[in-house]
Design a protein around this ligand. Structure first.
Ligand SMILES: [Zn+2]
Ligand SMILES: [Zn+2]
Length: 262
């Protein structure tokens, strides 16, 4: 790929602003879950417990999950996933977390949009952001960040139709949590589901299932961050080796392949 002037301007900015704080997700069978890229409990597993449970549900799930960074609990990348929402709409320019996440998405858009099409059966045409199930009022800040996604991805809407006070119920895999507003906009399409943080995946996979049940041909979940718990036993050595002691974030590792661009 030849680098445009915009690539040349963004590359040092991404290195300086994201390098020390973000971490490229690791795609390594036997080490990380082939679905959500969390560390595996044992090398003979293919997917983590949660992804295994979801795959047994019988619901049609996402074809692939492409997190842009890890966000390890108690590190700045994880705080960013909350702090980016802390300003009123239109007041984000001075919010450091907002700036980092917009740079993360802009980097994906500029370097790796074509990579997703290259590994897909259908080129991406459509994008939805996952609405909050907590009944937040007004536009979600994630919708504002979505402005940095590729212009060729036509936005369409999902409505959150069941809110619950119980956070386990909100995280449960259930396509009835979401309603596709315009079925014609997703039918036979490759739809990208944009989510801020993948914790258990219940939220994003419920949205993926709702889209597939409305006729989407292919669904990719694009979490800005795959959250890693700091207390979960399987994560301890991975956090030390790959996150705290790991390589700085680089735009040159493709989030679609975990390696070179396809
Ligand atoms: Zn998983
Ligand atoms: Zn790529």
């Amino acid at each position: 790929m030849t680098e445009s002037d915009l690539h040349k301007q963004l590359r040092p900015l991404i290195r300086d602003r994201l390098g020390a704080l973000m971490r490229n997700p690791v795609r390594a069978p036997g080490i990380t879950c082939t679905t959500c890229l969390t560390p595996l409990p044992a090398p003979d597993c293919r997917v983590c417990r949660e992804c295994h449970r979801q795959s047994m549900s019988g619901w049609p799930l996402a074809d692939r999950v492409v997190p842009l960074t890890y966000s390890a609990q108690r590190r700045q990348a994880d705080r960013d996933m909350y702090e980016y929402k802390s300003r009123a709409p239109g007041q984000q320019a001075s919010n450091d977390a907002w700036q980092r996440l917009s740079l993360l998405i802009a980097g994906f858009t500029l370097w790796h949009t074509d990579c997703l099409d290259a590994v897909s059966h259908h080129p991406v045409t459509t994008a939805v952001t996952v609405p909050s199930l907590r009944g937040r009022r007004g536009p979600h800040p994630l919708d504002e960040l979505a402005a940095y996604l590729p212009r060729t991805w036509r936005p369409t809407a999902l409505n959150a139709i069941r809110t619950s006070a119980d956070h386990r119920e909100r995280r449960a895999l259930n396509p009835a949590h979401f309603k596709v507003v315009e079925s014609a906009a997703v039918r036979r399409r490759h739809v990208v589901v944009v989510e801020d943080t993948w914790v258990t995946g219940g939220h994003a996979q419920s949205a993926a299932a709702a889209l597939r049940l409305s006729g989407a041909a292919e669904v990719t979940v694009l979490p800005l961050a795959r959250r890693l718990s700091a207390t979960f036993q399987d994560n301890v050595s991975f956090l030390a080796d790959q996150v705290d002691g790991g390589q700085e974030y680089t735009i040159d590792i493709c989030p679609v392949t975990g390696d070179a661009c396809p």
